[in-house]
Design a protein around this ligand. Structure first.
Ligand SMILES: [Zn+2]
Length: 197
């Protein structure tokens, strides 16, 4: 998008470059915006943990995340009889973040960890097979840091689904898990927390 910039517009370019990270969204897309029907009430859950998942099914480039979320919401309610999507936030292949279940309500899981007090963030796709893009990674780190700051979640409480139940799941897949195993994810989040935005 910068290809047609006139060299005389250096100031403008500098401003754009300074705000380049703003190209990765920091907010989230509401349920109303993606065509879902939110649950307005909550149980007053307090957040103590942030837990990262993947959806577990390869998400193809070009597939519509909004339609996927609408279907996931219908399936969650009709088949699983859950109150809403099992996740509080969902991140797509481009790093866009969608609101899921109201964070004031605990999430849901098919495994045996206790989901109470967890903020659940799900990356669409199967990261046993897929590779995270840079924009996804940046968005996930930025959003996790933002929520860690908001809820005062300490770094040791930012974990993956597999970290909680290693014998039951590989979620969120090796391309995300490796960042937790190496400490890289926590380093990136803590760098973000030290910065002013
Ligand atoms: Zn999971």
């Amino acid at each position: 998008m910068f290809l047609r910039m006139n060299i005389g517009l250096l100031i403008v370019v500098n401003v754009l470059l300074d705000s380049c990270s703003a190209l990765v969204p920091t907010g989230s897309i509401s349920q109303a915006e993606w065509g879902g029907t939110p649950v307005a009430t909550d149980s007053g859950q307090t957040i103590q943990y942030i837990t990262i998942h993947h959806s577990g099914v390869v998400f193809e480039q070009g597939k519509d995340p909004k339609a996927y979320l609408q279907n996931l919401q219908k399936w969650s309610r009709a088949e699983k009889t859950w109150i809403d999507l099992p996740y509080h936030y969902i991140l797509d292949l481009d790093g866009n973040i969608y609101d899921g279940r109201n964070p004031g309500l605990p999430g849901d899981t098919n495994t045996s960890y206790d989901v109470n007090h967890h903020l659940i963030i799900c990356v669409l796709g199967n990261y046993e097979e897929q590779i995270m893009s840079n924009s996804q990674m940046e968005s996930l780190v930025k959003f996790t840091a933002k929520k860690a700051r908001k809820y005062a979640v300490p770094p040791e409480n930012i974990r993956t689904h597999k970290d909680w139940v290693p014998t039951e799941t590989v979620c969120p897949g090796r391309d995300i898990q490796r960042l937790f195993d190496s400490g890289e994810f926590h380093r990136m989040v803590s760098d973000r927390l030290k910065s002013k935005n």
